[in-house]
Structure formats: C-alpha cells, structure tokens
Design a protein. Structure first.
Ligand code: ATP
Length: 317
C-alpha cells in the first residue's frame, strides 16, 4: 500500500467503492482486522493503532451494533475512544429488526471505502466471526452462516491481528469484568430495560439487542422479584436469584469466549486467513493482579509493539 505522509502520520491510498464493483476492485481496499474473543483487548488495541496510523474503527460485534445497553454490551466509552471515529457502534435502532450479516456486509464495506477515501486506514474490530466472514468473504452465505471447513476467499486486502488470552487467565478476567460491569450499573441499566412488565413490553421487539448476555439471565430475576435491589438481610430468595443470574452471566460469557476462539482458530486453519497472533495473557494477568505498571509493560511488549510491526509491514507493502 502506498503511503503519502511521514511515518507518524501515514495515510492510505484513497479508494472509491461501488456496491456492484467486481471482486478484483475490492482487492485494492486495505483493511486491518482486529479479531479476538470477548474481553481480550481488541478495543484498546484498535485505539492504540489509531494513535500511530490515522484510522477509523468499524465495529464488528453484532450486539454492539444497536443503540442501548451500553454497559451490558460493553461498548467502549466515548472518553476511551480518544477522538477516534467509530462506525456501526450503537447506531442501529434496536426496534427496527435484526441487522442481518448481509446488511452488515454492505454497511461496513461502504464505511470502509469512505474511510479509505479520506486516506485513513479502516480498522474492523469485533468478536462476531459471522459478521467478519460476511464482510470479508468473496462468497458469503445469503443467510449469514458459514462453513468452517472450507477456505474463505477474501474480497479485500486484509491484515489480521488476533488478540489472544490463554486460559485460565481469560476466564478469571471475564468473571472479574462481569463484577466490574455490575459495579458500573449493569443491574440498574437492565432494570430500566426489562425490570417491569411495561419495560419488557417496550423492549420485547428489540430482537437483536435482546440476545445480549445479561438480558435473558436477569429477565428471569426481574419477573420474580421486580426491578428493586434486594436487601440480602431480609430478602434471601431475591439475593439467591440475583447470585444465580450473575453466575449464569459469568458462565455464558466464558462459553461465548471459548466459542469465539474456536471459530477464530478455524478461520485461520481451515479458512486460510493469515492471522497474526499477539498474546495478551501476561498483560491481562498483571491487570488481574492490580499492577498497572506491569500491565502497560506487558501490553507494550507482547501486544502493541508486535502488532504495530505487523501493521507497518502491511502498510509498507
Ligand atoms: P453465533 O453464530 O454463535 O451467534 P457470531 O459470530 O455471530 O456467533 P458472537 O459475537 O460470537 O456472534 O455472539 C454470539 C452471542 O454472544 C450473541 O448472540 C450474544 O448472545 C452474545 N454476545 C456477543 N457479543 C455480546 C456483547 N457485546 N454483549 C453481550 N452479549 C454478547
């Protein structure tokens, strides 16, 4: 890819896109794809990359496409985006029906082309492998699923960064993250969303958003105990129901991460995507142990520097 500015402010070749352009035309559009299971640090890495190379981020988490439930779905807060523009993040009206992978393909490709036309690098960040497949594949399935056993021909010039965190560190981190999200107001957010029969009637049509981990688990709780916070001294049953919901959320989050990782491995092995794996295990471990300096050191050493090296090589090609 040709660069027109100095090393600190590289820009990418402008690109014009049309929905009917043939595949060889798409091959000129270069994308950075940051993959990884939930909780591995994709959002952090995408912002870090954007502070070195002018970039804009396109979300590829299928639940974060929708407006609402910002804490429950873990959308990167505005202050952490450090002015990096984000696309398809919380833009879709959740009551307007589920956004299909094929619609995502069209919307994300148009966003990527528009970003590249501004001489910036489109960075696709997200854990929904079905969306990544729909966007990047030269022959996506019209219904959105995909076959893991076959090679996947790419319709863009892609650079893949895979942020991986090994077990049991990832599970421990995910459990901790659920507790942190509850501390940030996840319960209250969900109480407003599905805490009362009226709220449930209102949110009932948000098919896509209602798949978010946290919604079904707490819905059972709210149906029994209502939207108030139980007093553990006096309301033992409500307290037990709450603990049960939190336990299920942790379990389902761990399962999600495991499934996402398996799909990534298959996209690399059977799909033939050339994944550049960076290992954030030590960084996440340091974070769990409450050591911010060690976290930064490990993140820079194991994730950021190797990741930037890969991106630089890709942009210089
Ligand atoms: P699948 O085909 O299994 O749906 P996928 O690649 O399309 O996989 P994933 O991102 O792995 O999509 O999401 C699978 C499920 O995990 C979602 O339907 C939802 O229940 C949950 N999930 C994913 N992302 C989030 C999120 N940000 N917040 C809450 N739940 C999520």
């Amino acid at each position: 890819m040709r660069l027109s500015l100095g090393s600190r402010a590289r820009s990418v070749r402008p690109f014009r896109w049309s929905p009917n352009a043939p595949d060889h035309h798409h091959r000129c559009l270069s994308l950075l794809v940051i993959m990884g299971a939930t909780g591995t640090g994709k959002s952090r890495l995408s912002i870090d990359v954007a502070s070195r190379f002018p970039s804009e981020v396109i979300n590829a988490d299928k639940i974060q496409l929708y407006r609402g439930l910002d804490i429950t779905t873990n959308k990167i807060p505005l202050r952490d985006r450090r002015s990096v523009p984000h696309h398809l993040l919380g833009d879709a009206d959740p009551s307007a029906g589920e956004l299909s992978p094929i619609s995502f393909r069209r919307l994300a490709a148009a966003s990527a082309a528009s970003i590249a036309s501004r001489r910036r690098l489109p960075v696709i960040a997200g854990g929904s492998n079905s969306l990544l497949h729909a966007l990047l594949s030269g022959n996506p399935s019209p219904v959105g699923g995909y076959d893991f056993q076959s090679p996947v021909r790419l319709r863009f010039n892609c650079c893949f960064l895979w942020v991986d965190v090994r077990e049991p560190v990832l599970s421990e981190h995910l459990d901790r993250r659920v507790d942190d999200m509850l501390g940030l107001g996840m319960f209250e957010e969900l109480a407003g969303y599905i805490g009362t029969p009226e709220a449930r009637a209102e949110s009932g049509r948000n098919v896509g958003l209602n798949r978010a981990i946290g919604v079904p688990e707490f819905e059972r709780y709210f149906r029994r105990f209502g939207p108030g916070v139980a007093n553990p001294e006096t309301d033992v049953a409500a307290r037990a129901g709450y603990e049960e919901a939190v336990g299920e959320i942790k379990e389902n989050t761990r399962r999600l991460a495991e499934a996402q990782r398996e799909k990534i491995v298959k996209l690399g092995s059977s799909g033939g995507w050339r994944l550049n794996r960076v290992d954030a295990t030590e960084a996440v471990r340091a974070g769990l142990e409450g050591e911010p300096d060690r976290f930064r050191e490990a993140w820079d050493r194991d994730v950021l520097r190797p990741g930037l090296k890969v991106v630089k090589r890709f942009l210089d090609e």
